[in-house]
Structure formats: structure tokens, C-alpha cells
Design a protein around this ligand. Structure first.
Ligand SMILES: *Cc1c(COP(=O)(O)O)cnc(C)c1O
Length: 346
């Protein structure tokens, strides 16, 4: 049997509720990039929409259109922040997707697309608060605000929000970022715009730094139950998925199980413990489509071993595995390939 990612809607719902109650009155924007962190956009939207989540962060326009499709007739705001092409921006306007705008060049492109299609663009302006990845630099902010305001008065854009992304390297840097953020918002307001939402924080800062939260919090990892690498456990949050593989052969010292590097299992995970019916056993070897696990009493063909999950079968979480190979939990789940079956379980 193919390896299987067992996905719990009930746990996802619990995590969404735990996150929402932790960050209130800031509102949750559920981040959906990388196919909802490897769990599937459609499933995530269905559960979240039933729970009344209004905001969805899609990263790119293509995913945003999938989110809009999954929402169907249901209301919901979709935010796509990847700098996109003319065609994508036009498609986004038609699908009522809010656009994150982090350069003046892209601002111009979005305004032009809005004028061409006659559909006003709903934009969230991004200020670079120090991460230097994207975002309008503070020294260019006044000019971007003037361009935006002119387009807003002409009816081609609506400024819905202001946003930025924190480095989360140190509290002091994040505090400085918040100051720049607040000044930028004030400058935009002084020019006459009234952004309805402000968003600065992702999972970790939203959870641990209440004073930095805006009216919206963009959260992915914690909603899917993936805690920060080297971070503490989170009250009320558990992984929403568990990865199993089945035993294919029994040898004297090891069992061969049906998951390998072609399924996205990093071969660097050799020596981790996986959950078996007799407790934790070492993963001895990772091949292309199979792996070897140290034998346990009573092992038989067809048994499931648990590679990662919430710990119900003695397995470790994605983040615990990720810490072993110096990466983050979402990296482990999102690299699982389409050979891994996704099964939704209650
Ligand atoms: C991925 C991402 C998030 C969500 O981050 P998590 O740590 O998974 O909550 C928020 N904002 C931006 C811009 C992102 O790229």
C-alpha cells in the first residue's frame, strides 16, 4: 500500500479555534501556500470556511484562484502577495483577489491592469520593515503613497491594507520593524487612505508577541499543527496529519516499509525513531521507494509504521524530525510527493 498522510479535520478545526482565541481581537488570515502546507487547499478551505474563517492568504494568484473556487458561493477574502504578471493580475481582479503590492513597479502594473479591465484593484501595500526581501523601502514610501492615492481617487484601486513581514530574528529588531510599520500607516492615513486591515505577524510573533499583532494575523504553520523549530509546545495545538507506511517484508533484523526518498522522505532522516506497534524503532536506511526499520516483536506484513504525526503511535512531530536535519516542520510535509495518498479522516 502507498504511504498515506492521514489528515484530521477535527484537529484542524481545534487548531483554528486555539489560534483564533489566542490572537483575538486580531483576526486570522489562514495561509494556504504550498497547497495548504501539503494538506490540500480544497480540504483546508472547506474546513476553515465552515468554521467561519473569512481571510485566506494564498501567496500566488494561481493558488488564490483555487481558494476562490473552493469557496464557491461562500464569502471570503483571498490575499495573494506574490509579484505577478499582467495576465495573473487581470485574473486576480476578476476573481476578486486582494493583491499584496511590495514594489512601485508592481504598483504601476496593478493600477494599469485595473484601468484596462475596469475592475478596481483591492491592494495591501507592503512596507519593507527591515527584512529586505520585498516591500517598498521607507525612503520610497511617500512616493508610493502618492501614486496609490491618485489611483484611489481615480477609482482604480482601493487600499484595503498595509502589511509587512517580520524577520523574527530578535525581539528588538521586530520592535523596530513595528515602529517603521506604524509610521508608514500614519503617512498613508495622512494622505487620505483608510486601510481597513493591518498585518505584520505570522505564526510565532502572532502567538508570542501580542503587542505586535495588527488587526489581521497571517498564520500557516500553527494552524496545521506545525510548531516552530526549537520552539516550545503550543497549548491547544497538535499536528493535523500523520504519515504512515506499511510493512512489505520482514527480515531478521529489520522490516522493509513502503516509503522512500521518491515519496519525499529525506534520506537525511536515517536514524530517527518511527512509531511501531511495539514502540519507537530506528529508521535504518532510506531507499527510493522503501525504507528499513529495526525489527520489533510481532511485526507482520501490512502493519503500519508511523513516520510522523501527533504522537498517537509513538511517532514524532514534523518539527521534531525537522530539527534533526536542521530545517522547519513545514519543509518535511510539503516535500511529500503525490505518491503519498492524502486521506481525510474526520
Ligand atoms: C508563509 C508566510 C506566512 C505564514 O507563516 P507561518 O510561520 O507558517 O505562520 C505569513 N506571511 C508571509 C508573507 C508568508 O510568506
Amino acid at each position: 500500500m502507498r504511504p498515506t498522510l492521514h489528515i484530521s479535520s477535527a484537529q484542524f478545526l481545534q487548531n483554528l479555534e486555539a489560534v483564533q482565541s489566542r490572537i483575538a481581537p486580531s483576526e486570522l488570515m489562514l495561509v494556504m501556500k504550498d497547497d495548504a502546507y501539503g494538506h490540500g487547499v480544497k480540504w483546508a478551505v472547506d474546513v476553515a470556511a465552515a468554521a467561519g474563517i473569512e481571510w485566506y492568504g494564498s501567496y500566488d494568484v494561481r493558488t488564490g484562484i483555487r481558494v476562490r473556487g473552493a469557496l464557491g458561493a461562500r464569502a471570503g477574502r483571498v490575499f495573494a502577495w506574490a509579484t505577478s504578471t499582467d495576465d495573473e493580475v487581470e485574473a486576480a481582479l476578476r476573481a476578486e483577489i486582494d493583491l499584496g503590492v511590495g514594489t512601485e513597479e508592481y504598483l504601476r502594473l496593478v493600477i494599469d491592469a485595473a484601468e484596462r479591465t475596469g475592475i478596481p484593484a483591492r491592494i495591501h501595500l507592503k512596507i519593507d520593515t527591515g527584512l529586505h526581501r520585498s516591500g517598498i523601502r521607507p525612503e520610497d514610501w511617500a512616493r508610493a503613497v502618492a501614486t496609490t492615492r491618485e489611483a484611489e481617487l481615480a477609482g482604480s484601486v482601493t487600499v484595503v491594507g498595509v502589511w509587512s513581514h517580520l524577520a523574527e530574528a530578535s525581539d528588538a529588531e521586530d520592535d523596530d520593524a513595528q515602529l517603521i510599520f506604524a509610521e508608514s500607516v500614519a503617512a498613508l492615513q495622512a494622505a487620505g487612505s483608510e486601510p481597513a486591515v493591518l498585518h505584520l505577524t505570522a505564526s510565532a510573533a502572532s502567538w508570542w508577541r501580542p503587542e505586535l499583532r495588527g488587526s489581521l494575523s497571517r498564520i500557516g504553520a500553527f494552524c496545521y499543527g506545525i510548531r516552530s523549530a526549537d520552539g516550545p509546545e503550543l497549548e491547544g495545538i497538535r499536528p493535523v496529519s500523520a504519515l504512515s507506511a506499511s510493512v512489505m517484508e520482514i527480515h531478521e533484523d529489520y522490516a522493509v516499509v513502503g516509503i522512500g526518498s521518491f515519496d519525499g522522505l529525506p534520506s537525511t532522516l536515517v536514524k530517527i525513531g518511527v512509531g511501531t506497534s511495539a514502540g519507537v524503532r530506528e529508521l535504518i536506511r532510506v531507499d527510493e521507494t522503501t525504507s528499513d526499520v529495526a525489527i520489533w516483536p510481532g511485526a507482520s506484513i501490512g502493519d503500519l509504521v508511523w513516520v510522523l504525526g501527533p504522537g498517537d503511535h509513538d511517532e514524532y512531530s514534523a518539527t521534531t524530525l525537522a530539527e534533526r536535519i536542521d530545517t522547519v516542520g513545514e519543509e518535511i510535509i510539503t516535500r511529500l510527493t503525490s505518491r503519498v495518498r492524502r486521506v481525510i479522516e474526520g
